[in-house]
Design a protein around this ligand. Structure first.
Ligand SMILES: NC(=O)c1ccc[n+]([C@@H]2O[C@H](COP(=O)([O-])OP(=O)(O)OC[C@H]3O[C@@H](n4cnc5c(N)ncnc54)[C@H](O)[C@@H]3O)[C@@H](O)[C@H]2O)c1
Ligand SMILES: N[C@H](C(=O)O)[C@H](O)COP(=O)(O)O
Length: 346
């Protein structure tokens, strides 16, 4: 698979303005040349961005652009596509009044990628509770982007959350739901559809021809052959067997506690886990600074740093930009590969 950089700029959404999103974006901009980062612009309130840069003591000049094609025209400037909705600059103090701008940035970035003006969307973290308090009805970006893409394209899509780092890639089959609801939400069909999307997108977007999948169990010891819970034998194992008959390279159900040590990880490309923390605890513990959150199953490329808003660090200059930089790099590579394939097919 080609790994050329995307010639289209990446659209970065501002995320929660009281969090570290702008801080890590500015830090990445400052290192763009030395790190040879893909070209990107931020969708945000330019005044808020300029205030944050000043608070951080950064010598960054914000330039307002009207469209993505203007991005990078003068490399000295930090390009911002302005929001219609105003964002106040108040680090560490999430405010539902900012929700409209936060959502607007995600919407506009998505539309720009769908219309072919931007190569991919890189999202900064949102404060989910602040958005819920303002009436946002989706658990997170992952589910929201799927709804948005479905509405904009007319094609239904199932979003799949992939956390990918240097030594582990994993997918939570159930995503943002209470732990108590997981057993009822877990079906063989959901495991099957998730695994099929993972295999398809790892091939198309990452160049992995036949990814090796490892499926976790749900209960301790993967249910101890039915003695500690029934889901492993009645729901997960049948799904794994169907996947095998379909030609997938897949093992499972594997006990969740022993599938993440180094020798175990060497045997698979992606772990399919049954619930959010089963996947995200090992991913963030192994490589909090390098892991990237990617949404599979969408008609667009979306990446994000693995961390949240880190409101305690906003405006202090201590937030590490590493995961955001990894998200930019990965989005650039994925978009470049997609564009190369489209060129080849043309
Ligand atoms: N993609 C997203 O939109 C996304 C992802 C995760 C969490 N969130 C949201 O973020 C909010 C806060 O969540 P949380 O506290 O569980 O997680 P968090 O990642 O914001 O913070 C966890 C800990 O890690 C530290 N940390 C986070 N990012 C860091 C960085 N770049 N450099 C140095 N230290 C960093 C924080 O200071 C904190 O101590 C919640 O509202 C949550 O929903 C959003
Ligand atoms: N589940 C993610 C995490 O804990 O890192 C986070 O909430 C981001 O989810 P979205 O990308 O769907 O907002």
């Amino acid at each position: 698979m080609s790994r050329r950089a995307s010639p289209l700029p990446l659209a970065v959404s501002v995320g929660e303005p009281s969090g570290v999103g702008v801080d890590v974006t500015l830090a990445a901009f400052e290192r763009r040349q030395v790190l040879d980062l893909p070209t990107f612009f931020l969708i945000a309130d330019p005044e808020m961005v300029a205030s944050r840069a000043e608070r951080l003591g950064l010598d960054v000049q914000v330039r307002t652009i009207g469209r993505p094609s203007e991005c990078g025209a003068d490399a000295r400037f930090f390009d911002v596509l302005p929001l219609v909705n105003h964002h106040s600059e108040a680090p560490g103090r999430p405010d539902p009044a900012n929700a409209a701008g936060t959502i607007e940035a995600i919407d506009r970035a998505t539309r720009l990628v769908l219309e072919g003006s931007a190569g991919a969307i890189v999202t900064n973290p949102i404060d989910k509770k602040a958005l819920y308090d303002a009436g946002f009805r989706h658990p997170g970006h992952t589910e929201y982007l799927a709804d948005l893409c479905t509405n904009l394209t007319g094609q239904a899509c199932q979003p799949v959350m992939l956390l990918t780092g240097p030594d582990l890639s994993c997918v939570p089959v159930t995503i943002h739901i209470p732990l108590a609801d997981v057993p009822a939400a877990l079906t063989s069909e959901l495991i099957l559809s998730t695994a099929r999307i993972v295999a398809r997108d790892l091939r198309a977007r990452f160049g992995l021809e036949r990814p090796r999948l490892a499926v976790s169990g749900l209960n301790p010891h993967a249910g101890e052959r039915g003695a500690i819970g029934h889901e492993d034998e009645n729901i997960i194992r049948p799904a794994v067997e169907i996947l095998r008959t379909e030609g997938f390279d897949v093992v499972g159900p594997l006990p969740g506690d022993t599938m993440f040590h180094p020798e175990a990880r060497a045997r698979y490309d992606v772990a399919l886990c049954m619930y959010h923390d089963q996947a995200l605890i090992p991913a963030k513990t192994l490589a909090f600074d390098e892991t990237v959150n990617v949404t599979l199953g969408l008609p667009i490329i979306r990446t994000s740093p693995d961390h949240g808003t880190a409101a305690d660090l906003a405006g202090t200059g201590t937030a590490r930009p590493n995961s955001f930089i990894a998200a930019l790099r990965l989005a650039g590579r994925m978009a470049g590969a997609t564009e190369a394939e489209q060129d080849a097919a043309a």
